[in-house]
Design a binder for this molecule. Structure first.
Ligand code: GLU
Length: 582
């Protein structure tokens, strides 16, 4: 996911655009560029690699102008190179784009047949050529943009800038979010509100299919049918400290360390003084619910998988969990009395949003568990439950995962209460144990040092296996995902009981096996699986509690000892070592 910024300002905009792009760096990128209009003249600068290269280039070749657009690119079509970097330009039009234009080949051939040939290998340049073609046919910039958008298939956030127009940007959104920021005689556009944080806190989110003609006087927004749309501007609270590394080397490290505070905020939000759970209106009737279908992607889907164990074990509520990219295309039947629940940190995950829309009108209720309260998924749900993790900048989800688990855990407890599956004392006990979590997570951050020492050795491995049983199985999946994503070490996770059905063949002394197993009702079974591994020379790293460490016996390579925690909620606590090791 790349970043987009546009500014119609009162001073030089290139330095401001550069600063805003920096705030989008967390999304990852391979090249960057800026285009401005100065005295009507369109010009651009592009550079490979980090933003510092673009900033150096701007020192040697400044880019004056009070209107401009900028981009950090994550290549999908055409290798990372200056030639393929955005902004792309064709004649009087410059374009930055986030996403993929699926029909760019047909469009490119059609334009080439008219002698309009592309310089780069990107799908984005085709958009610029098409818009410039319509301009050359006499269309106004707005007409040219509208005609161009009507031809595009795929997902995009787009921003157009035009030669001769230093008070105009055209923004369009389909599949990738865009936020319009309102200033004092200035206007801004960004991939998210964080990009615009120090510039303005008054934000209008474009909705699916919207396009906007933005001038310094404001934004005129059109919906997918081309009708003028009234989209409110809201004040967004983004604490500048939340988008700062705060002394940590990485956002991910900061966000791991922040988990106790974030979990506390979420508990305070959902629990009233007397400890009762406050479900926002319109609430949820779990007693008449026959089935809960949970849909998400990546880490959020593992949070759903943990929650499946909770809902089924303590509330007796049948749960399906599916990844959104499969669910949306399979067109699954939705039986009566089904509630559909969607989990997404950003609330903009395209597959999850599509799955949600598929369920609209079929499921009894659409519920979402999101971090960004103004997101599309939140807005399109009957009930949106915020996780209150604060902005998550690190690309690998950490604090959002633990906060998602906390909210899902509270929901499972509420379901158990409503369905009469837990008596008052058991319910109060479970809730009380949940309240202990921020303290326990804080305590568990203390394993940072031994985890770092063990990680030095794990870093030598080419393949690593994660094992878990019951509620810890999804956590093993999450541990393997984190490791792949962050350290580029190949990792796989198995339910411990599955090991003997094939994967055991992979185990030898070169393949470390990480076993996540608190001393719970399934611990003895897991010890047997560890024995199978050790019998093949496998090196076991056991993540457990004091009892587990004692009971595991001889032969374990390393042990990370976690604080004692109620077994039900162990997945929330054991997320910490998985994150720290990665
Ligand atoms: N598909 C475009 C490209 O490869 C945009 C990629 C992005 O989202 O950065 O240039």
């Amino acid at each position: 996911m790349c970043g987009i910024v546009g500014i119609l300002g009162t001073h030089e905009v290139a330095p401001l655009i550069l600063e805003s792009l920096k705030r989008l760096e967390y999304r990852g990128y391979d090249s960057a560029g800026i285009a401005t209009v100065n005295d009507g003249r369109l010009d651009r600068r592009r550079a490979m690699g980090k933003l510092i290269n673009l900033s150096d280039l701007l020192v040697h070749e400044p880019l004056p102008g009070r209107a401009g657009i900028g981009h950090t690119r994550w290549a999908t079509h055409g290798a990372p190179s200056v030639r393929n970097a955005h902004p792309h330009r064709a004649g009087r039009v410059s374009v930055v784009h986030n996403g993929i234009i699926e029909n760019f080949r047909e469009l490119r051939e059609e334009l080439a047949a008219q002698g309009l040939v592309q310089e780069s290998d990107t799908d984005t340049e085709t958009v610029a050529i098409l818009a410039n073609y319509y301009l050359s046919q006499g269309a106004t910039p707005q007409e040219a943009a509208e005609k161009t958008l009507a031809r595009l298939h795929g997902a995009y956030a787009l921003l157009f800038l035009f030669e001769g127009e230093d008070d105009l940007m055209i923004a369009a959104r389909k599949g990738s979010p865009l936020a319009i920021g309102h200033g004092d005689g200035e206007m801004f556009v960004g991939s998210d509100a964080i990009a615009l944080a120090p510039l303005t806190d008054r934000i209008t989110y474009l909705e699916e299919g919207d396009w906007a003609s933005v001038t310094r006087a404001g934004a005129q927004i059109h919906d997918i049918e081309g009708r003028l749309a009234n989209r409110p501007a809201r004040r967004i609270q983004i604490d500048a400290t939340q988008v700062d590394k705060g002394g940590y080397r990485h956002f991910m490290a900061k966000e791991i360390a922040e988990q106790p505070t974030r979990l506390t905020s979420a508990l305070d939000h959902y629990l009233s003084g007397d400890g009762t759970f406050r479900l926002p209106s319109p609430g949820l009737d779990f007693a008449t619910m026959d089935r809960l279908t949970m849909v998400a992607c990546g880490t959020a889907s593992y949070a759903c998988l943990v929650a499946k164990y909770w809902f089924e074990q303590i509330a007796g509520l049948p749960v399906d969990v599916d990844v959104a990219s499969e669910f949306r295309y399979r067109e699954p039947p939705i039986p009566p009395r089904t509630t559909a629940l969607f989990v997404s940190q950003s609330g903009e995950t395209a597959d999850t949003l599509a799955a949600l829309r598929y369920c609209q009108g079929k499921a009894d209720r659409i519920v979402s568990v999101v971090n960004v309260a103004e997101s599309s998924i939140a807005r399109e749900s009957d009930l949106a439950l915020p996780i209150l993790a604060g902005p998550e900048i690190g690309v690998a989800s950490t604090k959002a995962f633990s906060c998602q688990l906390l909210v899902l855990g509270l929901l499972a407890l509420e379901a158990a209460r409503q369905r009469g599956r837990l008596d008052a004392a058991a319910h109060a006990g479970a809730l009380d144990a949940l309240r202990q979590l921020p303290g326990l997570v804080n305590h568990s951050l203390g394993i940072g040092e031994p985890a770092a020492r063990i990680a030095q050795q794990l870093a030598e491995a080419r393949d690593i296996l994660f094992l878990g049983r019951g509620r810890m199985y999804p956590l093993a999946l999450e541990g393997a995902l984190k490791l792949k994503e962050i350290s580029y070490i190949h990792a796989e996770a198995y339910a411990s009981g599955e090991l003997k059905h094939g994967p055991i063949a992979l185990v030898d002394k070169a393949v470390p096996v990480i076993v996540m197993a608190p001393h719970d009702e399934l611990f003895d079974k897991t010890v047997s699986n560890m024995q199978e591994v050790m019998a093949r020379g496998g090196q076991v790293l056991l993540i457990t509690d004091r009892e587990g460490a004692k009971a595991a016996g001889q032969g374990v390579w390393e042990t990370l000892v976690m604080p004692d925690v109620a077994p039900l909620w162990a997945p929330i606590l054991y997320a910490v070592p998985a994150q720290l090791l990665a």
